[in-house]
Ligand binder design. Structure first.
Ligand code: SF4
Ligand code: SF4
Length: 99
């Protein structure tokens, strides 16, 4: 399988997994089961908006010209972090998660 095709297949599989995760959540109480969540470094962030487009849950929004994450609906998938080319988003343990 060509590298590009393999990457595309992986991207589709990942997207399907994320959508399944979203369906399983059933509601916006992702804090009950989310293990990690994104932490945005505002010193690095250029407010380009790429992560807004990438987030499957639409939980990243523009507050005026400033980009921010609304954690209420975040499923911790990490797609925002992967799509930020300057690595301004790091995934970290979710403080809400109960073991
Ligand atoms: S993709 Fe990265 S740099 Fe762009 S708005 Fe999101 S966190 Fe900021
Ligand atoms: S981890 Fe990022 S992309 Fe995934 S739901 Fe949360 S804010 Fe959106």
């Amino acid at each position: 399988m060509a590298a590009d095709t393999e990457k595309e297949v992986q991207a589709v599989l990942f997207q399907e997994w994320v959508l399944a995760l979203r369906d399983r959540a059933g509601d916006s109480r992702s804090d009950r089961w989310r293990v990690v969540r994104p932490n945005m470094d505002k010193e690095r962030c250029t407010d380009c908006g790429v992560c807004i487009e990438a987030c499957p849950m639409a939980t990243i929004c523009a507050d005026g010209t400033v980009i921010r994450i609304r954690y209420e609906g975040c499923i911790g998938c990490g797609i925002c972090a992967v799509n930020c080319r300057i690595h301004a988003i790091q995934m970290e343990p979710s403080p809400d998660w109960r073991h």
